[in-house]
Design a protein around this ligand. Structure first.
Ligand code: 3PG
Length: 185
Protein backbone atom coordinates (compact mmCIF):
# COMPACT_ATOMS: atom_id res chain seq x y z
CA UNK A 1 0.00 0.00 0.00
CA UNK A 2 1.30 3.47 -0.90
CA UNK A 3 1.43 6.53 1.35
CA UNK A 4 -0.71 9.63 1.19
CA UNK A 5 2.46 11.66 0.51
CA UNK A 6 3.24 9.50 -2.54
CA UNK A 7 -0.31 9.84 -3.88
CA UNK A 8 -0.24 13.62 -3.44
CA UNK A 9 3.03 13.81 -5.38
CA UNK A 10 1.76 11.46 -8.10
CA UNK A 11 -0.86 13.78 -9.44
CA UNK A 12 -0.99 17.56 -8.92
CA UNK A 13 -4.72 17.88 -9.68
CA UNK A 14 -7.22 15.47 -8.11
CA UNK A 15 -10.75 15.50 -9.54
CA UNK A 16 -13.41 15.60 -6.82
CA UNK A 17 -16.37 13.64 -8.19
CA UNK A 18 -20.04 13.62 -7.24
CA UNK A 19 -21.67 10.89 -9.34
CA UNK A 20 -25.25 9.65 -9.28
CA UNK A 21 -25.13 7.08 -12.06
CA UNK A 22 -22.82 4.05 -11.74
CA UNK A 23 -23.10 3.50 -15.51
CA UNK A 24 -21.12 6.72 -16.00
CA UNK A 25 -18.34 5.68 -13.63
CA UNK A 26 -16.03 3.73 -15.90
CA UNK A 27 -16.23 6.06 -18.95
CA UNK A 28 -15.60 9.06 -16.70
CA UNK A 29 -12.63 7.41 -14.97
CA UNK A 30 -11.15 6.43 -18.34
CA UNK A 31 -11.52 10.01 -19.63
CA UNK A 32 -9.89 11.49 -16.54
CA UNK A 33 -6.98 9.02 -16.61
CA UNK A 34 -6.49 9.86 -20.30
CA UNK A 35 -6.33 13.55 -19.38
CA UNK A 36 -3.54 12.83 -16.92
CA UNK A 37 -5.54 12.51 -13.70
CA UNK A 38 -4.90 9.00 -12.34
CA UNK A 39 -5.90 9.85 -8.76
CA UNK A 40 -9.69 10.18 -8.46
CA UNK A 41 -11.72 11.14 -5.38
CA UNK A 42 -15.31 9.89 -5.39
CA UNK A 43 -17.32 11.68 -2.71
CA UNK A 44 -19.79 9.72 -0.59
CA UNK A 45 -22.45 12.32 -1.36
CA UNK A 46 -24.65 10.18 -3.54
CA UNK A 47 -26.46 6.89 -2.93
CA UNK A 48 -24.43 5.35 -5.75
CA UNK A 49 -20.99 6.44 -4.51
CA UNK A 50 -19.80 3.06 -3.23
CA UNK A 51 -20.85 1.34 -6.43
CA UNK A 52 -19.14 4.11 -8.42
CA UNK A 53 -15.90 3.51 -6.49
CA UNK A 54 -16.09 -0.22 -7.23
CA UNK A 55 -16.70 0.45 -10.95
CA UNK A 56 -13.96 3.06 -11.30
CA UNK A 57 -11.49 0.83 -9.47
CA UNK A 58 -11.69 -1.58 -12.45
CA UNK A 59 -10.28 1.06 -14.82
CA UNK A 60 -6.62 0.57 -15.75
CA UNK A 61 -4.42 3.29 -14.35
CA UNK A 62 -7.05 4.75 -12.02
CA UNK A 63 -6.30 5.09 -8.31
CA UNK A 64 -9.73 5.59 -6.80
CA UNK A 65 -10.36 6.91 -3.31
CA UNK A 66 -13.37 7.92 -1.26
CA UNK A 67 -14.09 11.50 -0.21
CA UNK A 68 -16.59 12.92 2.27
CA UNK A 69 -15.71 10.05 4.62
CA UNK A 70 -17.17 11.19 7.94
CA UNK A 71 -16.76 8.30 10.39
CA UNK A 72 -15.41 4.74 10.81
CA UNK A 73 -18.60 3.32 9.26
CA UNK A 74 -18.00 5.29 6.04
CA UNK A 75 -14.35 4.21 6.17
CA UNK A 76 -15.23 0.51 6.35
CA UNK A 77 -17.77 0.79 3.54
CA UNK A 78 -15.26 2.68 1.36
CA UNK A 79 -12.52 0.11 1.92
CA UNK A 80 -14.93 -2.73 1.12
CA UNK A 81 -15.85 -0.95 -2.13
CA UNK A 82 -12.15 -0.85 -3.06
CA UNK A 83 -11.13 2.70 -2.13
CA UNK A 84 -7.33 3.02 -2.10
CA UNK A 85 -7.24 6.30 -0.19
CA UNK A 86 -9.58 8.18 2.12
CA UNK A 87 -10.38 11.90 2.21
CA UNK A 88 -12.44 13.64 4.89
CA UNK A 89 -13.63 17.26 5.08
CA UNK A 90 -12.49 17.38 8.72
CA UNK A 91 -10.40 15.69 11.34
CA UNK A 92 -12.07 13.66 14.08
CA UNK A 93 -10.30 11.28 16.39
CA UNK A 94 -12.59 8.26 15.80
CA UNK A 95 -12.13 8.44 12.03
CA UNK A 96 -8.42 9.27 12.17
CA UNK A 97 -7.66 6.40 14.57
CA UNK A 98 -9.63 3.92 12.44
CA UNK A 99 -7.97 5.12 9.23
CA UNK A 100 -4.48 4.91 10.74
CA UNK A 101 -5.20 1.42 12.11
CA UNK A 102 -6.36 0.27 8.66
CA UNK A 103 -3.15 1.50 7.04
CA UNK A 104 -5.00 3.20 4.17
CA UNK A 105 -3.55 6.52 2.94
CA UNK A 106 -5.62 9.15 4.75
CA UNK A 107 -6.11 12.86 4.02
CA UNK A 108 -8.20 14.62 6.65
CA UNK A 109 -9.40 18.20 6.29
CA UNK A 110 -8.05 21.08 8.36
CA UNK A 111 -8.99 24.74 8.46
CA UNK A 112 -7.15 26.06 11.55
CA UNK A 113 -4.10 25.53 13.74
CA UNK A 114 -6.00 23.45 16.30
CA UNK A 115 -7.03 20.98 13.58
CA UNK A 116 -3.41 20.63 12.46
CA UNK A 117 -2.17 20.17 16.04
CA UNK A 118 -4.72 17.40 16.64
CA UNK A 119 -3.51 15.77 13.43
CA UNK A 120 0.13 16.02 14.48
CA UNK A 121 -0.75 14.46 17.84
CA UNK A 122 -2.14 11.49 15.91
CA UNK A 123 0.98 11.27 13.72
CA UNK A 124 -0.52 12.94 10.64
CA UNK A 125 1.15 15.71 8.65
CA UNK A 126 -0.55 15.60 5.24
CA UNK A 127 -3.86 17.46 5.15
CA UNK A 128 -6.63 18.70 2.89
CA UNK A 129 -7.05 22.48 3.41
CA UNK A 130 -10.82 22.84 3.27
CA UNK A 131 -12.78 24.87 2.33
CA UNK A 132 -9.74 26.51 0.79
CA UNK A 133 -11.18 29.69 -0.71
CA UNK A 134 -13.87 30.29 1.91
CA UNK A 135 -11.29 29.73 4.68
CA UNK A 136 -9.22 32.65 3.40
CA UNK A 137 -7.52 31.46 0.24
CA UNK A 138 -3.78 31.52 -0.37
CA UNK A 139 -2.96 34.15 2.31
CA UNK A 140 -4.73 31.98 4.91
CA UNK A 141 -2.86 28.82 3.95
CA UNK A 142 0.48 30.66 3.93
CA UNK A 143 -0.15 31.96 7.44
CA UNK A 144 -1.52 28.65 8.68
CA UNK A 145 1.34 26.57 7.26
CA UNK A 146 4.10 28.82 8.64
CA UNK A 147 4.32 27.31 12.16
CA UNK A 148 4.13 23.74 10.86
CA UNK A 149 7.21 23.23 8.69
CA UNK A 150 6.70 19.48 8.26
CA UNK A 151 3.09 19.72 7.03
CA UNK A 152 1.96 19.61 3.41
CA UNK A 153 -1.47 20.36 2.01
CA UNK A 154 -4.02 19.68 -0.71
CA UNK A 155 -6.32 22.72 -0.91
CA UNK A 156 -9.84 22.03 -2.12
CA UNK A 157 -13.10 23.94 -2.13
CA UNK A 158 -13.61 26.83 -4.52
CA UNK A 159 -10.52 26.34 -6.69
CA UNK A 160 -10.75 26.75 -10.46
CA UNK A 161 -8.63 25.89 -13.47
CA UNK A 162 -7.43 29.51 -13.43
CA UNK A 163 -6.45 29.60 -9.74
CA UNK A 164 -5.03 26.08 -9.33
CA UNK A 165 -1.53 27.02 -10.59
CA UNK A 166 -1.26 29.79 -7.97
CA UNK A 167 -1.94 27.26 -5.21
CA UNK A 168 0.41 24.67 -6.73
CA UNK A 169 3.18 27.27 -6.73
CA UNK A 170 3.24 27.24 -2.91
CA UNK A 171 6.01 25.08 -1.40
CA UNK A 172 3.56 23.67 1.14
CA UNK A 173 1.07 22.50 -1.51
CA UNK A 174 1.68 19.05 -3.06
CA UNK A 175 -1.57 18.85 -5.02
CA UNK A 176 -4.98 20.49 -5.35
CA UNK A 177 -8.47 19.06 -5.65
CA UNK A 178 -11.68 20.21 -7.20
CA UNK A 179 -14.83 19.44 -9.07
CA UNK A 180 -13.98 21.77 -11.96
CA UNK A 181 -11.70 19.13 -13.46
CA UNK A 182 -14.60 16.91 -14.46
CA UNK A 183 -17.20 19.62 -14.99
CA UNK A 184 -17.18 19.20 -18.79
CA UNK A 185 -17.30 15.39 -18.78
C1 3PG B 1 -14.34 18.93 -1.84
O1 3PG B 1 -15.08 18.10 -1.36
O2 3PG B 1 -13.12 18.82 -1.85
C2 3PG B 1 -14.93 20.16 -2.38
O3 3PG B 1 -16.30 20.19 -2.20
C3 3PG B 1 -14.61 20.39 -3.80
O4 3PG B 1 -14.92 21.72 -3.96
P1 3PG B 1 -15.23 22.40 -5.36
O5 3PG B 1 -16.53 21.77 -5.83
O6 3PG B 1 -15.38 23.85 -5.02
O7 3PG B 1 -14.09 22.12 -6.28
Amino acid sequence: MTTIDALMRLSPVIPVLVIDDPAKAQPLARALVARGHPVLEVTLRTAAALEVIAEMAKVDGAIVGAGTVLNPRDLDASLKAGARFIVSPGLTEPLARAAIASGVPFLPGVANAGDIMRGLDLGLDRFKFFPAVAAGGIPALKALAAPFAQCRFCPTGGLTEATAPDWLALDTVLCVGGSWVAADL
